[in-house]
Design a protein around this ligand. Structure first.
Ligand code: KIV
Ligand code: ZN
Length: 512
């Protein structure tokens, strides 16, 4: 276990909120804020006080209700008015932090700020001095190098500026990958350089956007390179492709043996709430929280998933779903890529009896159907089960069973187009029926018989399970289900005959 605990800094209410089609009001922000507290977050950037009156009001309200141990910050450009407003807005918080930033990449300084590096450096130092004076010695000052990820060419200039900024009063240095353009390693190397250059009591923070989908990787590796504060957003909300997803970072660190100071079991429910409140859908394949994140469709994966279902580590999942409070188990979907395990699990879960051998027998039928229509629903699979286990259609057709006056019965059935009629003894009818069939030239062996009472609907209360041996030696199981135990027996026999006939067409009738 790595001792150094990460400091999770939430930016959903600031960067995330900035990106919403309808940014949150104070009431809505308060709901999310309370969830963040339940999650056990260490710090929250509550807003950009100069963005709007509504955001200023929200910052003030959240600062008022913030517990004493949570760091609360508001964002400000390196402009005095912004800084004053930000500091004022969070005045009520016990742990106050003003967060000021300016771009320092060569490209942005030249084309967006239209300022020389020296002008930017001066502005940064003066803004931090002013922020320190405004918030006082008990408050914190966070300084961000906007577009830090684009500062490869001028990293010495950036580090030099940061040293001055620290002297001016900043105690948190935030390094954003404002736009993710290249590989994580390049960014992490820069983080490491800054970490090595600054005094060790300075908190190094990272804030990564997800333009290329690697923000989680960048943030996790930055932690191992020295960044303690990890700026993340719930559901990965944030400008463009979003900010770093908090859940992914928390779980990746947890799985890496890091002591993550969050209530991980709150994650799943929180993700659904945030999606509802932000109107940003969780996409199907979203890691950990997506509806499909625990779905298995390939037969090999389904087999591994089922074998390790109750274990903490799963063959085909990164965590046990309960770690994040997710109750829906690993879902098995049946497609043409799936196999017997899925049939077995889906039918068993639906409350019907089935063996793996039966599942293996009907899987190809289900696959063929899935090739035509795509993923089968549970209903589709139950229908296949009915038609191929409980009511196997084939060349044998049971027509009638009629009692005679002497207590025996006359059994009538069809094989191909021919009608058969035979007497079945009332004493041991199963045995007698099987013997009669064998005597008529049908070549199969009867191995085993079992009858169970069950409740599968009003017209099916008895289930007969039989085992037969086909002419090639293969053992099959057949079932018959009916209100009447005698009919359940007969259905099991004829289902069995049809199963054998389908497995080895014509082979059982060699004597005929
Ligand atoms: O992405 C960014 O650079 C920011 C800064 C304001 C920290 O959000
Ligand atoms: Zn950002």
């Amino acid at each position: 276990m790595i001792k150094r605990q990460p400091f999770f800094y939430d930016i959903t209410l600031r960067d995330g909120n900035q990106s919403l089609k309808k940014p949150w009001n104070t009431f809505e922000k308060e709901i999310i804020f309370n969830h963040l507290l339940e999650l056990g977050i260490q710090g929250v950037e509550v807003g950009f006080a100069s963005a709007s009156d509504m955001d200023y009001e929200a910052c003030s309200r959240l600062a008022q209700i913030a517990p004493d141990n949570i760091v609360i910050s508001a964002l400000a450009r390196c402009i005095e008015n912004d800084i004053v407003k930000a500091v004022k807005s969070i005045d009520a918080a016990s742990k106050r932090r003003v967060h000021t930033f300016i771009a320092m990449s060569p490209f942005n300084m030249e084309y967006v700020l239209n300022k020389s590096p020296l002008e930017v450096k001066k502005q940064a130092i003066e803004a931090v001095e002013f922020a320190r004076k405004t918030i006082g010695k008990n408050g914190q000052v966070q300084f961000s190098v906007e577009h830090f990820g684009d500062c490869h060419e001028n990293i010495d200039f950036v580090i030099d500026t940061l040293k001055e900024v620290v002297k001016a009063g900043a105690n948190v240095i935030n390094l954003p990958n404002t736009v993710e353009r290249t590989r994580p390693k390049k960014f992490v190397d820069l983080v490491e350089k800054v970490y090595n250059a600054l005094p060790k009591d300075i908190i190094i923070s990272v804030h990564n956007h997800n333009d290329l989908g690697m923000a989680t990787a960048t943030t996790v590796e930055s932690y191992f390179a020295g960044a303690i504060q990890l700026e993340c957003a719930l559901n990965g909300l944030g400008e463009r492709a979003g900010n770093t997803n908090l859940y992914e970072v928390a779980i990746a660190l947890h799985n890496s043996g890091v002591d993550v100071p969050l209530n991980l079991s709150k994650i799943y429910e929180l993700a659904l709430t945030v999606s509802d409140m932000s109107n940003v859908k969780i996409y199907e394949k979203a890691p950990l929280i997506g509806p499909e994140a625990l779905a298995h469709r390939s037969g090999i994966h389904q087999d591994g998933a089922v074998k390790t279902k109750d274990m903490e580590k799963g063959a085909y999942r990164p965590i046990h779903p309960s770690l994040i409070g997710r109750k829906d188990d690993e879902k098995l979907g049946f497609t043409s890529q799936s196999g017997k395990t899925a049939i077995f699990e889906i039918i068993s879960d639906a409350g019907y009896p089935i063996t793996l051998q039966e599942a293996q027998r009907i899987a190809p039928i289900a696959k063929e159907e899935a090739e035509k229509i795509g993923e089968l629903s549970t209903r589709n699979i139950i229908d296949i089960y009915y038609n191929n286990v409980l009511n196997v259609k084939g060349l044998f057709k049971l027509c009638n069973l009629e009692k005679t006056s002497d207590g025996n019965s006359i059994l009538e059935f069809m094989y191909k187009d021919k009608k058969y009629s035979m007497e079945v003894s009332g004493n041991g009818p199963v045995d007698s029926c099987i013997k009669a069939l064998q005597k008529s030239g049908f070549n199969f062996e009867f191995l085993n018989y079992e009858q169970k009472a069950l409740n599968m609907g009003s017209d099916a209360t008895a289930m007969t399970i039989m085992q037969f041996k086909a002419p090639n030696g293969q053992t099959i199981i057949s079932r018959g289900c009916d209100e009447s135990t005698v009919k359940a027996n007969l259905k099991a026999i004829f289902n069995g005959l049809n199963i054998i006939e389908k497995l080895q067409p014509e082979s059982m009738t060699t004597k005929r």
